[in-house]
Ligand binder design. Structure first.
Ligand SMILES: *Cc1c(COP(=O)(O)O)cnc(C)c1O
Length: 249
């Protein structure tokens, strides 16, 4: 086959199907989002030609660079999955339909301000640091319900669920623990019945652990390497503590 991305994509889809079957879930209930950080446009085009429609970007700059091409494909949808600095909010809300990585009130305020200006609303997920690793962004699990409640007061924000990055380079049990924790937070937050809050989306699972995530209830898995190959930059470039320029407030 001349399109290596298509082969990889089909292999990932087959693995997703098997994980759905193994856990008695419907294939239609789990979406595949392709994580595109550092991925060149030619490969994105191959993915779109192979039928991929959902893409996730980590940086406002890369999103802006890739958007003109992506716009040519009408069914394509972009999500934002990276750490979002408040000064980049304006660039991001222009291009995406769902932000997976809202993890602090200050970011909610910045989003609300920009969305009000544009007379728009935005779907969001609250990112939870289920592994308690310093290097990861996200609200600690204990703070998740309170943050959801605070964010729900912004009428420009539609809260749709939760996102997490499972513990990496860990045992299967440790990773699964992260996914179970996110699932149980979803249940707890649902029980509180905050007005306007929906908790239907669980965004969890990456190349190394998406099957476990599906078995634990993921509705969106975010896959990069398994489809596009190894990246040049280490993930710490995107996730590292040093990037926390606008803090936790
Ligand atoms: C890069 C990235 C992914 C995909 O990671 P792979 O291991 O390449 O599949 C998923 N989620 C987020 C937030 C990412 O930054």
């Amino acid at each position: 086959m001349s399109n290596p991305v298509e082969e990889n994509l089909n292999a990932v889809r087959r693995r997703m199907e098997r994980a759905c079957q193994a856990s008695g879930r419907s294939v239609a209930d789990v979406k595949l989002l392709l994580a595109t950080k550092t991925v060149p446009l030619e490969k994105l085009q191959m993915a779109m030609q192979a039928g991929a429609t959902l893409f996730g970007e980590n940086k406002a700059q890369e999103l802006r660079d890739k958007f003109p091409l992506m716009r040519q494909y009408s069914e394509v949808e972009w999500h934002f999955i990276g750490h979002l600095q408040t000064n980049k909010v304006k660039d991001v809300v222009k291009y995406v339909t769902l932000i997976h990585s809202v993890d602090r009130l200050k970011l909610g305020q910045a989003l609300d301000r920009q969305l009000n200006k544009e007379n728009k609303t935005m779907d969001i997920l609250v990112q939870v640091n289920t592994s308690y690793e310093e290097s990861k962004f996200g609200i600690p699990p204990e703070g998740a319900a309170e943050l959801v409640e605070q964010l729900s007061r912004f009428e420009t924000l539609n809260i749709k669920g939760l996102m997490t990055i499972g513990k990496l380079n860990a045992t299967n049990d440790e990773t699964r623990h992260c996914f179970r924790l996110l699932k149980s937070l979803q249940t707890q937050i649902r029980e509180q019945q905050f007005p306007r809050v929906e908790m239907d989306i669980l965004s969890m699972g990456m190349s190394g652990d998406f099957e476990a995530a599906i078995e634990e209830g993921a509705t969106i898995v975010r896959v990069g390497t398994s489809v596009f190959g190894q990246r040049d930059l280490p993930d710490s470039y995107y996730w590292n503590e040093n990037l926390r320029q606008d803090g936790g407030g």
